[in-house]
Ligand binder design. Structure first.
Ligand SMILES: Cc1cc2nc3c(=O)[nH]c(=O)nc-3n(C[C@H](O)[C@H](O)[C@H](O)COP(=O)(O)O)c2cc1C
Length: 200
């Protein structure tokens, strides 16, 4: 398959079956994440392979944080419960659950908030590139994978549940496993370059 076809063929596969990825497979994916472009020749990422034993405590901690947010937003009880149960299922059931974190390694420190936010933005861009490498490589190996953004909304809960250092900022999970053949990806819109590309 050409590289361009491989990019097109990658989809979010939310129907995942066991077993978990073996260590060699997981290490190969993370090694590819580490080849992503990043600012100032840095690698401001850390990855955590979340073991079975940590899944329920992690889901509980994240669920409590999300519950508080939803209560603050006035989300009705039944809707909250449905959302929490679905999220918990995803975290507990994922054959492999990989957490990606950002760290400030090698980033430039500025006295003003504007430039520090820009610098952190650079790190976030590179994180997306690193995760895309994982998703593409997983797809190329015939694995299923999808991105879960919940950690970004519950960083303290994730850090505490996994005993992570204070300067690791949890960003996202990637759930990985074998593809459930019954899962059909969502429709993807055709590229609309009239809207997405302008010339000035
Ligand atoms: C930053 C980011 C956050 C995402 N968060 C989630 C998520 O929390 N749950 C989920 O199922 N998919 C999540 N996705 C996957 C998107 O829904 C998916 O990439 C998009 O719908 C396009 O579908 P495709 O990946 O199959 O091309 C996320 C993707 C990105 C880039």
């Amino acid at each position: 398959m050409s590289l361009e076809d491989a990019i097109r063929a990658r989809r979010s596969i939310r129907g995942l079956l066991g077993p978990p990825l073996d260590d060699t497979e997981l290490r190969a994916l993370v090694a590819l994440a580490l080849t992503a472009p990043a600012p100032h020749h840095t690698q401001p990422w850390r990855f955590v392979d979340i073991t079975r034993a940590r899944r329920a405590p992690l889901a509980n901690a994240m669920g409590a944080a999300w519950q508080a947010d939803m209560e603050g937003d006035g989300v009705p009880h039944a809707q909250r419960e449905r959302a929490l149960a679905r999220s918990r299922r995803q975290l507990v059931a994922a054959p492999t659950l990989l957490l990606g974190c950002l760290v400030p390694d090698g980033l430039r420190r500025y006295a003003d908030d504007r430039r520090w936010r820009a610098e952190w933005g650079l790190a976030q861009h590179s994180f997306g590139a690193a995760l895309q490498n994982v998703l593409l490589a997983a797809s190329g190996r015939g694995l299923g994978a999808f991105w879960i953004s919940a950690p970004l909304y519950a960083q303290d809960a994730v850090r505490a549940a996994l005993d992570l250092p204070g300067d690791w900022e949890p960003q996202a999970f990637i759930a990985l496993g074998r593809r459930d053949p019954a899962y059909t990806p969502f429709d993807r819109p055709e590229p609309d370059l009239g809207r997405h590309l302008v010339r000035r």
